[in-house]
Ligand binder design. Structure first.
Ligand code: 5RP
Ligand code: FE2
Length: 212
């Protein structure tokens, strides 16, 4: 079964609740956190997440694009994240990464590990037993509305081939529309993040349905 996770980054921030209410058919919500350091953009933090949590029952998947996920991840769990994923590129050691994955679980949320377009699946092999989700970035993190990088497809295929020995789901993020979403589904993806494709479409239900 495919899940669609519309990215709040592309929503109209003056009316977030109404925006979320238009997302019929999507059971997840993707929440992009950018610190202006790990990526050259700043989005929103755990305060706004706490507000969102009060107005939606959707499964909130927090994508941390920040330099210090170990410090901030617990704050996002506390604010109501269902899942917190962070970038392997932001971590200094395997021990620190495993400790943070465990801490997220201990706090009661699901966890995930994320790779940029330039990072291979090899870099996250030490964690595949420990994660609920692997996020394959199909654009350079930092901005919505970029074009899908086909290099993500091979990584999704590699992760799908190893999935039977683990319990993770595979998510892809960046440049997803009906065409690129179809390629990802054929490669074995489970969750499609879509920002501009959903929010810029006058018929959001139709956009979401075209990804399912
Ligand atoms: O993590 C992200 C950017 O760093 C976003 O989730 C992603 O860009 C979604 O936007 P779009 O679907 O418009 O590409
Ligand atoms: Fe994202």
């Amino acid at each position: 079964m495919i899940n669609v996770a519309p990215s709040v980054l592309s929503a109209d921030f003056t009316k977030l609740k109404e925006e979320i209410d238009t997302l019929e058919g999507a059971s997840w919500l993707h929440y992009d956190v950018m610190d202006g350091h790990f990526v050259p953009n700043i989005s929103f933090g755990y305060g706004i997440l706490g507000n969102l949590r009060k107005v939606t029952d959707k499964f909130i998947d927090v994508h941390l694009m920040i330099s210090d996920p170990a410090f901030y991840a617990p704050k996002f769990v506390e604010a109501g994240a269902d899942l917190v994923n962070f970038h392997v590129e932001a971590m200094d050691s395997v021990e620190e990464t495993k400790a943070l994955l465990k801490q997220i679980h201990d706090l009661g949320a699901k966890n995930g590990i994320t790779i940029k377009p330039g990072t291979s699946v090899e870099a996250i092999k030490p964690y595949l037993d420990d994660v609920d989700l692997v996020l394959v970035m199909s654009v350079e993190p930092g901005f919505g509305g970029q074009s899908f990088k086909e290099s993500a497809l091979d990584k999704i295929k590699q992760l799908a081939a190893m999935k039977k020995d683990h319990h993770y789901v595979i998510e892809v993020d960046g440049g997803i529309n009906a065409q690129t979403g179809q390629l990802c589904k054929e490669a074995g993806v489970d969750v499609l993040v879509a920002g501009s494709y959903v929010f810029k479409n006058p018929n959001r239900k139709e956009a979401i349905d075209s990804l399912l």
